[in-house]
Design a protein around this ligand. Structure first.
Ligand code: RIB
Length: 300
C-alpha cells in the first residue's frame, strides 16, 4: 500500500522574538533561521521518517531543490514533484515568540500552480486502497479529492489552513478528518458548534459526515478519535516547548504511518502524540520531526 501526499513545499523564514509584532510596531528579531517546511512537506517527512512508502506530489520553483533533497533523505519518493521555471517556491514568514508559539504568513508561489493535468498524471500511479493525504496549502484540492475518490483511494484530509476552499471541497468523500476544534467548528458552520468541544464536537462532525472517522486534536488536552463504534482519548505528552511549528503535521504523519503499520487507531494516536511532543522540543518545522527510533525510545 502506498501513500500519496499531494501538498505544499515551503521555505520557512523563522524570526525568533520576545513577542509577536503588534499593529504599528517595529521590532528586531533575536535570530533568524531558514528551514524546510510547508504542511505537505512536513507530513511527508514525518511519514518517511516513520518508515512508510510515501510519494510527495506538488511543485517548487528553481529555488526549491533543497526541499526535494530533504524529502529524499527521509526516504520519500519525489518524482511527482514538478520544478517550475516561472514562479518561486512557496514560503512562510514565521514569528516565533518566547513561549514557542507562532504566527505565520504564507506566500503560495509554486504551491498554487498545480494543474488538472498534473493531478491526472499523478493519480495514474496509484491504486484503489492507496492513501491520499491532503491539506489546504495547494490549489485544485477539490479536483484531487474527486479524482482520488473515483479511483477508490482512502482520503485523509487535514483542512489546514482553513478557508472557504475547504468548504467547497467534496467533504463527503473524506475517510479521515484530522483537524483541530476551530477547523471542526468552521466545517460544521452552525451557531451551536462554538459551544461544543472535544468528544462532543467530534461526534457532531461525524453526524454530518457519517462515512468519516474523526481525529480531533485538542492542543494540551491531546486528541480524540471518533467513529461509528469507538471513542478513543489520547493524552498529550508534556515537554518543554521550544517551537510548536509542525507539531500538528508531525502528529498527522505519524498517525497515518501508525495506521498503515498496523498499530490500530489507539497505537497510531499514541505514536503521533509522542512524535509531536518530540517535534515541539526543538526549533524549526521539518528539522524538528523525529525518526521512528527516537519516537519508540522516547520516555516522557
Ligand atoms: O504547519 C507548519 C507549517 O505551516 C510551516 O512549516 C509553514 O510552512 C506553514 O505551511
Amino acid at each position: 500500500m502506498k501513500v500519496l501526499n499531494f501538498g505544499s513545499l515551503n521555505i520557512d523564514y523563522v524570526y525568533c522574538l520576545d513577542h509577536f509584532v503588534q499593529k504599528g510596531e517595529t521590532i528586531s528579531s533575536q535570530s533568524m533561521h531558514t528551514f524546510s517546511g510547508g504542511k505537505g512537506l512536513n507530513q511527508s517527512i514525518a511519514m518517511g521518517r516513520a518508515g512508510i512508502t510515501t510519494y510527495h506530489a506538488g511543485a517548487v520553483g528553481k529555488d526549491g531543490d533543497f526541499l526535494i533533497e530533504l524529502l529524499q533523505k527521509a526516504g520519500v519518493h519525489t518524482e511527482l514533484i514538478r520544478e517550475l521555471s516561472q514562479v518561486r517556491t512557496g514560503n512562510a514568514i514565521i514569528q516565533k515568540d518566547k513561549n514557542g508559539e507562532n504566527c505565520i504568513i504564507l506566500y503560495g508561489g509554486a504551491n498554487q500552480e498545480i494543474t488538472k493535468e498534473q493531478v491526472d498524471e499523478t493519480l495514474e500511479c496509484f491504486e484503489p486502497g492507496d492513501y491520499l493525504v491532503l491539506q489546504n496549502e495547494i490549489n485544485e484540492g477539490s479536483y484531487i479529492m474527486e479524482q482520488a475518490h473515483k479511483k477508490g483511494m482512502v482520503i485523509v484530509l487535514n483542512p489546514s489552513p482553513m478557508d472557504d476552499r475547504v468548504l467547497e471541497m467534496p467533504l463527503e468523500y473524506v475517510n479521515y478528518f484530522i483537524l483541530n476544534e476551530v477547523e471542526a467548528g468552521q466545517i460544521l458552520n452552525d451557531s451551536a458548534s462554538g459551544e461544543v468541544q472535544g468528544e462532543a464536537l467530534a461526534k457532531r462532525l461525524r453526524e454530518k459526515f457519517p462515512g468519516a472517522k474523526i481525529v480531533l486534536t485538542l492542543g494540551e488536552k491531546g486528541s480524540v478519535f471518533v467513529d461509528d463504534k469507538t471513542v478513543i482519548q489520547q493524552q498529550a505528552y508534556r515537554v518543554e516547548t521550544v517551537d510548536t511549528t509542525a507539531a500538528g503535521d508531525t502528529f498527522t504523519g505519524y498517525f497515518i504511518a501508525g495506521l498503515i503499520q498496523g498499530l490500530g487507531v489507539g497505537g497510531a494516536m499514541d505514536q503521533g502524540a509522542k512524535a509531536s511532543a518530540i517535534a515541539v522540543s526543538s526549533l524549526g518545522a521539518a528539522p524538528s520531526i523525529p525518526m521512528l527510533e527516537q519516537v519508540k525510545q522516547a520516555v516522557f
